[in-house]
Design a protein around this ligand. Structure first.
Ligand code: PHB
Length: 382
């Protein structure tokens, strides 16, 4: 009787039988959001080269699955990882709908879901097993809304990607910008998949705003800036402001001079002047020949969180022990000091205001103002 109960308990305990600790990494490696998956995969490989692949006596194994950012794929692949591969943690999730799709599976499987990319506030409320190492759009959009008002921007046209994080960006920006007396003169939502910005940009130019507030997800900023310049919005003196997704370091170097002067609020710049970041950028460049962007940092911090949780709980692999160890953890990331809020399981981090400048012939987001230890405003304001 007793033995039977123990055996049944062990059978449902993931990866108990061996000393392997499995992480199911579900990210887009193909399709429009592929740059997110590549950055996260690169950063995790780099971290594991730097820190080894054994933690608390367990060999870390990453099982990578490409969901192409399609939530039906996310759900199927995550389920296979939990049921067949018996992973201890699921991680990645390049877009909000993917993070949502995995949430009930994390709850049922009682395993941590480490969200390394997606940025809608409500994600962490979808499962008590979700922990986030990326960011929220509310963190940056509230701050750029206040900044715009204080810096003489009176009329703004908005262009946001038409899904959950775009709506968060728009609503939190609008709330802060209009509360300070700013006016929204044009509001445009563009589809997530393969957006053509040109017709919208023409409408925005005609509305003659002081600035355009833009949220497009990582990977789309280059195309946006190209069409912004082609339509002559830069020449018309219409500034670009927004959360920093549009000037992602991954693409910034190739965006051309029209992007110079764009002011964004964000959580990471490759030009962040700390020793930890200088080493990170140098190592990433050496390994991959390109600059890391904010998605790479979300992956780097996500794998760090998993390593440290496993160490802190003494090698216990069950989800509840890992989650308890993750709550409240604090460390210095390449982006600056960060921690996991023990109550919300969301990331607390600095938000920087940055301006795109040319330094030694290369385009960078140069930070000039810091807001320390920002919690997700979406948690208290809803
Ligand atoms: C998201 O889908 O939550 C998302 C994706 C890319 C970003 C920001 C948010 O740059």
């Amino acid at each position: 009787m007793v033995l039977g109960a123990v055996a049944a308990g062990l059978a449902s305990c993931p990866a108990y039988a061996d000393d392997t600790f499995k992480i199911g990494l579900v990210v887009p490696m193909t399709g429009g959001q592929a740059s997110t998956g590549k950055q996260i995969d690169n950063a995790i490989k780099l971290y594991m080269q730097q820190h080894g692949d054994t933690v608390a006596g367990k060999k870390i194994e990453i099982i990578l699955k490409d969901d192409a950012a399609l939530p039906d794929n996310t759900k199927r692949l995550t389920q296979e990882l939990i049921v067949n591969d018996k992973v201890n943690v699921i991680a990645g999730f390049g877009v909000t709908p993917a993070a949502f799709a995995a949430a009930p599976l994390a709850t049922q499987g009682k395993i941590p879901e480490v969200v390394m990319a997606a940025g809608t506030s409500i994600i962490t409320e979808k499962s008590p097993y979700i922990v986030r190492t990326s960011f929220t759009l509310a963190q940056s959009s509230t701050i750029i809304g206040d900044w715009a008002v204080k810096n003489g921007i009176k009329k703004v046209a908005t262009l946001t990607s038409d899904y959950a994080p775009g709506n968060d960006a728009l609503n939190f920006f609008k709330e802060h910008f209009t509360a300070g007396g700013g006016q929204i003169v044009e509001e445009v939502k563009v589809p997530l998949a393969n957006p053509d910005f040109a017709p919208f940009l023409q409408r925005m130019k005609d509305a003659k705003p002081d600035a355009v507030f833009v949220f497009v997800p990582a990977g789309q900023g280059g195309n946006f800036m190209k069409q912004y310049a082609e339509r002559g919005l830069d020449k018309a003196g219409i500034k670009v402001i927004g959360p920093g997704d549009v000037t992602d370091d991954d693409l910034l170097a190739d965006m051309g001079d029209a992007v110079v002067g764009a002011v964004t609020a964000h959580i990471y710049s490759a030009a962040h002047p700390s020793e930890v970041n200088k080493e990170f950028v140098a190592a990433y460049k050496k390994a991959y020949g390109s600059r890391p962007g904010f998605m790479a940092v979300g992956g780097y911090d996500g794998i760090h969180l998993i390593y440290e949780a496993l160490k802190k709980d003494g090698g216990k692999t069950d989800g509840d022990s890992l989650l308890a160890a993750m709550k409240g953890m604090a460390w210095e990331s390449p982006r600056g000091p960060i921690s996991i809020d023990p109550d919300t399981r969301d990331i607390v981090q600095n938000v920087y205001i940055r301006k795109v400048e040319k330094k030694d012939g290369e385009l960078y987001n140069v930070e000039f103002e810091t807001f320390n230890a920002v919690k997700d405003p979406g948690k208290t304001k809803k």
